[in-house]
Write a protein of this length. Structure first.
Length: 431
């Protein structure tokens, strides 16, 4: 016989179930908020509550105001903004003077997924950021989005210098970030511009084509700086120059061009610019400057990256210390201006002709193997790198130098595609 439960006990059990489900079932407790036009999108953002899934119907949303994401989600009930069919939704920010950003996130647990976002401003200085994270914007997730034509597709920093509040534990995964032309501005041009913050993960993204036409003409694919910590760049495909060329373009960086004054950095100090960062299993191509740049980046690990047609890796300034292991690159590994590194298992200063003999078409990011004698099974032990650019396990007992592990399980497409101007196949995502 099944025992009868008192109303009080039943209520306690039901409450326990709901708590467990919130922690484990995720979307079961979500509140779907369908929107079909710009006004409804603005209203849904303004009225957002934990557990809301703001679902955008297919179409174009013309926006000329900041979308202020100020409500706090939770780990069990994040606030989601998403397209049910990935990239069927175009959000076009056509900002006027004084409105320079898109989504302004200042609260935790916001997720943005499957969106197509375009900057369409008359002046490039009015399209500063598609996403601006500040202060308490912890646990933000950007996944499977396509974001183009902003000075910085994502900017993150403190809301108030000296407050000590920076977005932490952010995940940027399987997005495409790029520009369709050079940016006519002297403002910073960096697709992911992150100042402060801890435990950021930037994984399996495609970043290509970015140019700053004004000022110093220097631009970056992505950097973490401002005394940020424990950042991870892994399995990203960076092509500094693919669809157009010009300017000084660098790939991935801990430290970027440096930060000041101290109040905008963690702990009130901008030295070091980053601590304990890891770059592994990235493919970086066609950079007129270095593919990897460490600027006052302490305790960095650079492992199993492949750099093609770049000037190499710079470890710069006394605060920079790095372990550089099992990287395959044209160009040099340089310690500059007091930077120091230990280097093992790397194959550097590789000529473009050698790359062409080793791979099917490296200039087009096609790294299928032709002849791996020089680097297959030639790496040193790297126990903290368990897989490769495509997620293939490095478990055959002998490390290959570079971002790809050529073993019996190898089935990796890294080539650029056609049609959309940004079709690069990474980790199963066709942006």
């Amino acid at each position: 016989m099944i025992p009868m439960l008192s109303a009080e006990r039943f209520g306690r059990l039901a409450g326990t179930f709901l708590i467990l489900c919130a922690a484990r079932c995720g979307s079961v407790l979500a509140n779907d908020v369908p929107v079909a036009d710009t006004g409804a999108l603005i209203a849904a953002i303004n009225a957002a509550a934990p557990g809301d899934r703001i679902l955008l119907a297919a179409g174009t949303y013309q926006v000329n105001v900041n979308l202020n994401c100020t409500a706090a989600g939770t780990a069990a009930q994040p606030i989601e903004v998403r397209a049910p069919t990935p990239r069927s939704v175009l959000i076009r920010f056509a900002n006027a003077s004084g409105v320079t950003e898109g989504f302004k996130v200042s609260a935790p647990h916001w997720h943005f997924e499957g969106l197509d976002i375009e900057g369409a401003c008359a002046s490039d200085s009015d399209c500063e950021h598609a996403f601006h994270l500040t202060g308490n914007a912890d646990f933000t997730i950007l996944r499977d989005n396509r974001v183009r034509d902003f000075n910085a597709q994502l900017k993150s920093n403190t809301a108030s210098p000296g407050s000590g509040l920076f977005p932490d534990d952010v995940l940027i995964e399987r997005n495409a970030f790029y520009d369709t032309r050079g940016r006519n501005t002297s403002n910073p041009v960096t697709k992911l511009d992150v100042v402060g913050g801890r435990r950021w993960i930037v994984r399996a993204n495609t970043i290509h084509d970015y140019q700053k036409l004004g000022g110093d003409t220097v631009s970056y694919a992505a950097f973490l700086k401002g005394n940020s910590r424990d950042g991870l760049f892994e399995r990203n495909l960076v092509i500094c120059q693919r669809d157009f060329s010009g300017g000084v373009r660098l790939g991935l960086s801990f430290g970027g061009g440096g930060s000041s004054p101290g109040g905008i950095c963690e702990d009130g100090s901008c030295t070091p610019e980053h601590q304990n960062g890891v770059m592994r299993n990235n493919l970086i191509l066609h950079c007129p400057d270095v593919g990897i740049y460490l600027n006052s980046a302490a305790g960095s690990r650079l492992e199993h990256n492949t750099l093609y047609d770049t000037s190499g890796i710079d470890v710069r300034f006394p605060a920079s210390t790095a372990e550089v292991r099992n990287n395959l690159l044209g160009g040099q590994i340089r310690n500059r201006d007091g930077g120091t590194s230990t280097q093992t298992g790397n194959l550097s200063q590789v000529a473009l002709d050698s790359f062409a003999n080793w791979f099917v078409d490296p200039a087009q990011a096609d790294f299928r193997l032709v002849d791996g004698t020089a680097f297959v099974d030639q790496g040193v032990a790297a126990p903290l790198v368990l897989d490769d650019f495509c997620g293939n396990d490095r478990n055959d007992g002998a490390r290959d130098i570079g971002a790809l592990e050529y073993d019996a399980d190898f089935a990796c497409i890294t080539t650029t595609g056609g049609g959309l101007g940004e079709s690069i196949f990474v980790d199963g995502f066709d942006p």
